[in-house]
Design a protein around this ligand. Sequence first.
Ligand code: PA5
Length: 423
Amino acid sequence: MKLDYSALYTYFSEIELKKCLQENMEVLQRAQMGEREFEESLGWVEVEEWAGLNQLEFLEKQAERVQADGDILVLIGIGGSNQAARAVIKALNKQGKVEVFYAGNTLSPYQMKRVLEYLENKSVYLNVVAKNFETLEPGMAFRILRQYLKKRYGEAAASRVFATGTKGSRLEELCKEEGYQFLTFPVNVGGRYSAISDVGLFPMAVAGADIRALVQGAGDMAKQLSGIQGTENEAYRYAAFRNLMNQKGYQIEMLSFFEPRFRYFSKWWTQLFAESEGKENKGIYPVASECSEDLHSIGQFVQEGTPIIFETFLEIEEQDTSIKITGDDVLDGFQYLEGMDLDRINRIAFNATRKAHSERFPCFCLSIPRIEEYYLGQLIYFFEYACYLSGRILGIDPFNQPGVENYKSYMFEALGRDKLDRT
Ligand code: PA5
């Protein structure tokens, strides 16, 4: 994985960039030593803690059980509880025997009906993921889907349910009472940092992902980021520079990619940074841009609108699919592309966009060789660590999310939750 930030030199002097790196060095040092203040949220930092070899073997065995006769695994979860698995599964697009379908991330009855219709005549398994099992969306979806399962499979339904929750949570109790398979949601890891644990790894394994390679990638990145001190630490550089952008008035970071398989990865990234950093009236607003489609929508704003955006490109270096543009009897005006590969055209569009945008605002470029488990593991860990550092430079707690409670209190009041609890 490579991070190119050379385009920043057009906007900032070397002295300014060096000063920014020196000023925040303490944040990196504290993170590398292990911050006591956040020890209840830093369980993801040591990859081994929740994704050691024994745990991976256990998860692979559980996944094989689904693969043996399952057609579909419904992943019930929201926010950090489903984003990482969906990001990896959609990026790899393995087309394995078991399809992973998503529920519990909306309250739309239309969507729930669609899910139920889709399950007909398929062999169905459920994986409900909820840290404390208090969130409304997964709670509702799980109730509807387990009732559906019971109708179809009777007593055997329980063996088709995997529940990922924290030890001591209501979800763990339900596993004991109902006979579901319990998986562990690490108590010292928040949802959006939980990719490399049962939360993310079990559904990924069911979908056919090589979770050992993914964990290896994350682990190698962890070694790098915890070992490299000072300004050579890539996550630190990225974190420090994005804060510099913010101070200079670039309040939006746009993650851009030219491969639609990254659509859900960008959603994971957006959630990670938005929920971690957007607090105390601070933070960089993260948005995604799926190119080249979005060049034909927000591209105009990006190039000539209010100058508040900086951009991080995600590049995949190696071609994995080839489609040649062949000659045609119809003179459609695109003859100049004949003989070229679609991949080359996509790369030319990528480079042209990078050049045009770099002329307007600061751009980073993060490259991985291929879309493979190992590199996705690296990327996930890199962004998690960078987000942690970036939040600390910003001076906020990157692991809480007090703001999301506001709408919930109105919603629960309107739904009468507390009244019911008291009776
Ligand atoms: O990142 C987070 O902590 C949140 O996005 C949570 O994952 C999300 O709110 C879902 O929470 P829970 O797993 O408790 O249902």
